[in-house]
Design a binder for this molecule. Sequence first.
Ligand code: NAD
Length: 500
Amino acid sequence: MSNVEKIRYGNVLNGIENFDGIPHDLTSPADGRYVGTVYYANKSTADEAVDYAEEAFNKVWSKTGLSERQKLLMKLADRIQERSDAYSELETLNTGKTIRQSMLMDIPLGIDHIRYFASTKEFQPSRKIAHPEFPDTEGVVEYLPVGVVGSIAPWNVPFLMAVWKIAPAILAGNTVVLKPSHYTPLTALELAKDAIHSGFPPGVINVVTGSGSEVGDAIVKNPKIRFVSFTGSSPTGSKLMASASPTIKKFTLELGGKSPNIVFEDADLDHAAKGVLFGIYLNSGQLCESGSRLILQSSIRDRFMIKLKELMQRMRAGNPTEMETDISAITNASQQEKIIRMVDMGIGQGAKVFYRNEISGKVPEHGIYYPPTLLTGIGHDMEIANEEIFGPVLTVMEFSTESEAIEIANRTNYGLAAGVWTDDITKARRVASSILSGTVWINEYHLLSAAAPRGGFKNSGIGRELGLEGVLEMTETRHTFISQGKNDLDDVAYGLLFPD
Ligand code: NAD
């Protein structure tokens, strides 16, 4: 690698690219090639970023209005749109996801989501209320920025994640310090540089790379951070709650999942088969809401499994940087080890490989991969039936009745997403209303709207991201009680202390 020309990606603090920190060369999980050099920051750089963000909030950003902030967000979306091919290429090299997915989904969807926050009229910073108990008064409820938002992101959809962490926070009037995953920080760093180019004042959007135990921990513990927006695994989320507790702050936790995809016998089976495979094999299953548990009505088992196998045979392995490749790499070696360990254990406990794509010899030698795998013979108490694999592995369980399907769907400790496939929309809505999860798709999967709140029930998290609910999470609510002078009820109220 010493002969390769280094491409440097500094942290972005106070509007300036900063190369302090430990240099680290990133290689691509797609084929092992050098991608760029990043600079892992330490606690003091993270704290410095928070100081800049606080100063920017106090001196500049807290004085801006909603329309000014939305104009800047729109400029940022336009700027990224102009450079979308560069973003797609970088996203694919850094994560190993297919270039088609970056070009057709992650990058354009992220741009659309910035545009949503740049144009939504749903969020209004204040509203008037009546006080029914005190008719001569009025109330104003304001949704104020919290100040500095600290955001911590995982490695699987880094560009989308940077958008979700930054755009709603900016709309609400906050400044941001984002720590992307140390594996995949590149498009978040690009976004921060493009924010400067688009006219965001220095210190409003800061991105600092580094480890969770150093930079992430510094963000969580910093008393100037008033809100932590965390996305990652459930065990890390649980740790974070403990380390945040001494400095009282708000937070949202967007955590893991083990999402069920229920297919009824009356579904359009061709459509459902595609949707089920899209639900699990997009991004090689490395999506929090991946539909990793197929819950299939027994009466259609054989027909449906054949359809799945035929479609899986058409998925092409290759180098994800090439347009004709369908299968994404696994983004890091420790994730690949986790998938191997969990699947091997499941097979040891009696699970059967119904079908597995043969990818060896087709994927680049120095890349990191796991073949799309379809497992049957799943026992209810197996780890692979209950815990997140976060890889291209679909487990199949069967049901006979609607209530049995719901019972299996709700059996895990997660509750992030679910899919229901049937032509009977009344039944679909009835089933959806019984599933304990933050998102339910009916006859679709993975379609993400910035207008819709995302988040989990149970161990899948706390709070919501995106939509109006996601913006409101990042605000403090102030109620002002306005009386025009003496109120009819004053005599009663004050009379409690002063009887005449
Ligand atoms: P992770 O929990 O290992 O890390 C997430 C982030 O937390 C990283 O930036 C990491 O550096 C940081 N971190 C680690 N330890 C920390 C600590 N002690 N204090 C502060 N920060 C710390 O998760 P991952 O492996 O990067 O991502 C995969 C997980 O993310 C999966 O469980 C997946 O389901 C979840 N995820 C959830 C959503 C959602 O919206 N619910 C979306 C994407 C991914």
